[in-house]
Ligand binder design. Sequence first.
Ligand SMILES: O=C[C@H](O)[C@@H](O)CC(=O)C(=O)O
Ligand SMILES: [Zn+2]
Length: 287
Amino acid sequence: MELRTASSPRDVKHYTTERLREEFLIQGLFTADEIKLVYSHIDRIITGAATPVNEKLVLTAGEELRAEYFLQRREMGVINIGGPGKINVDGKVYAVGAREGMYIGMGKREVVFESDDSADPAKFYINSAPAHRTCPTVLIKREGVPEEGTVIIKDENKVELGCLEESNHRTICKYILPGQVESCQLEMGMTSLEPGSVWNTMPCHTHDRRMEVYLYFDMPQDAFVMHYMGEPNETRHIVIRNEEAVISPSWSIHSGSGSRNYTFIWGMVGENQDFDDMDAVAMKDLM
Ligand SMILES: O=C[C@H](O)[C@@H](O)CC(=O)C(=O)O
Ligand SMILES: [Zn+2]
């Protein structure tokens, strides 16, 4: 597990490109037959990925957590951005299709990732945060009929925003949030941009109560997103390629404009779980 510390906005404004990338950009997440994990001191979020191709991959606590098992004092959200796969949680097998997800609650001892077809492997993207109680473990689907252990994302949690004229026509699909999938602090969702739209989270915001991590994907190799961060009057950019993630501190805006449309997963942890608790930044105030 790689460890990253927290950083102050007063320091970050002096960072070079290299230093910014070292601190906030997460590369190489989806490596065949490996589980990659990055532990941040910011709200102690763990960002990671499990990419089982020819092998089953078992999640372990590693040295860093000083725990018996990964979810002993943690909760996690998973979204599969690859082909169909399976997650075995304490002996119960969940079939997790493309763009489907899971919430796995505190106390689950064994989590094993597997792909259905090594020619089209699953790519399980992971966000995990400290937890203090056990919430139900569920499979999360965008469509279908709800059944025991499966939650279907509600229509009210698929929110269409923006317009082509402002190059920000997109749909925010909320996976893990109160009233749909209960958690201690973690919220997760996926935002998809329409062809011709390139801007996410614009107009932008900060939310001092919560930090956020973004995973950008659905881009050809030569495409990129200019991810914007920093205080609203002191912005910086990080060039992000397909399937790379970025850590966004609470004091920072988090927005991006791509060389074409793309999809991203956002995960938030921190003080409250009110999705709309944002401090909007007026367009005229961005610098
Ligand atoms: O606090 C919320 C997060 O920034 C994202 O959900 C915003 C987003 O996906 C978008 O506007 O495109
Ligand atoms: Zn946000």
